[in-house]
Design a protein around this ligand. Structure first.
Ligand code: NAD
Length: 271
């Protein structure tokens, strides 16, 4: 343990299980001395998150479904009782879309209802959380969300999630501008593909993983631990001069323009 995060209190949103990116981040922050509170969505996930939180010395495990504003408000009221001095950071690692629309052509499969739902859960929730968290950061703080390269370039089947991530990245910049004078920094990590519960909803995800492994400059995919290390950097004072940033933790894939000539041809292995 280092003192990097000693005395810092924060909220981790988005742990579903021990494969979650939010869990990778929580473990690193804990190792650096942070005190953590967790949210979960629904009782079934709550039963998974409670022992995970306990393993990091936390008994602050609160329900929150970001589709329901009353649930978001109840979360912050409950948090006020546990962290009366306020918050130093929030990790937002939440995303959802109807998986039936994460395969096929975006132009064909996207409905009004799921477009709105995807935007509310995967994009607007970060703004809604930021509005409430900022009021509880009298000393300043750090807000972090998770995005993916499908926001700026086409990835097969990512569809409406790519549109939501583009809006999420734009909201990082607007929030950074608005909250800067309050010494609150707002950043995002653009992670490479990682096998998680959410990712398993994306069509042909194994193909995407394999493609990254063959074509990323580091010739591999990344781990939730690696995302966690970069998250600790963005949340801690080590990145005190940075805000509005989208930092890639993707084994360098975002700089690649064409297939690695030495990579074998991949056939689509249907999930
Ligand atoms: P995950 O399934 O472990 O986590 C997704 C979380 O979102 C879950 O904990 C789920 O409960 C939560 N969530 C969904 N709808 C919610 C709602 N209405 N209210 C509250 N919580 C809700 O998957 P993950 O891959 O760790 O996803 C975390 C974030 O990382 C997401 O924003 C995802 O888009 C992003 N991301 C993932 C990858 C990847 O390849 N896995 C790559 C880049 C970015």
């Amino acid at each position: 343990m280092t003192g990097l995060m000693a005395g810092k209190r924060g909220l981790i949103m988005g742990v579903a299980n021990d494969h979650s990116i939010a869990w990778g981040i929580a473990k690193v922050l804990h190792r650096h001395g942070a005190e953590l509170a967790f949210t979960y969505q629904g009782d079934a996930l709550g039963r998974r998150v409670t022992p995970l939180a306990a393993s990091l010395g936390s008994d602050i495990v609160l329900p929150c479904d970001v589709e329901d504003v009353a649930s978001v408000d109840a979360l912050f009221t409950a948090l006020d009782a546990r962290f009366p001095e306020g918050l130093d950071f929030v990790v937002h690692a939440i995303g959802f879309s109807d998986k039936g629309q994460l395969k096929g052509r975006y132009v064909d499969v996207t409905t009004r209802e799921n477009f709105s739902r995807t935007m509310t859960i995967s994009c607007f929730s970060f703004t809604e959380i930021a509005q409430r968290a900022a009021k509880r950061m009298p000393r300043g703080g750090s807000l972090l969300t998770l995005t993916y390269g499908g926001s700026t370039r086409i990835m097969p089947n990512y569809n409406v999630m790519g549109v939501a991530k583009a809006a999420l990245e734009a909201s990082v910049r607007y929030l950074a501008a608005d909250l800067g004078l309050s010494k609150i920094r707002v950043n995002a990590i653009s992670a490479g593909p990682i096998k998680t519960l959410a990712a398993s909803g994306i069509g042909d995800f194994r193909y995407i993983l394999k493609w990254n492994e063959y074509n990323a400059p580091l010739r591999r995919t990344v781990t939730i631990g690696e995302v966690g290390e970069t998250a600790a950097y963005l949340i801690s004072d080590m990145s005190a001069g940075m805000t509005g940033e989208i930092l890639h933790v993707d084994a360098g894939y975002h700089v690649v323009g064409m297939k690695n000539p030495e990579a074998p041809d991949l056939t689509l292995d249907k999930d």
